[in-house]
Design a protein around this ligand. Structure first.
Ligand SMILES: [Zn+2]
Length: 97
């Protein structure tokens, strides 16, 4: 009986570790996918110089000045993604990723 309990506990731990490893893996690959497919602010302004205005940066698609600043993996994540509030286009990301 003790043996079976041990096997059972080991299985639970393995499943838990597998789940965690999968989460970390998915998060890392998703992070690098977003980093690769999203330009930095410097690249964005170089590509669309008209988006640099005296009042700030604007959306290249709809010219909105309202851009939300999102943490990639939650509000405290230093990896920031900037998304237009008006048309939901992902515009640029923070330099440090
Ligand atoms: Zn927009």
């Amino acid at each position: 009986m003790d043996f079976l309990t041990n096997v059972f506990h080991t299985l639970i731990i393995l499943v838990g570790l597998g789940y965690l490893a999968r989460r970390v893996y998915l998060n890392l690959t998703e992070a690098s996918r977003v980093a690769k497919s999203t330009q930095t602010l410097a690249e964005y302004l170089k590509k669309y110089p008209q988006c640099r205005t005296t009042r700030g940066t604007q959306c290249v698609v709809c010219n909105s000045m309202s851009i939300k600043n999102w943490g990639f993996d939650g509000p405290n994540d230093e990896r920031r993604v900037f998304i237009c509030n008006q048309c939901n286009t992902r515009l640029y990301r923070s330099e440090h990723w």
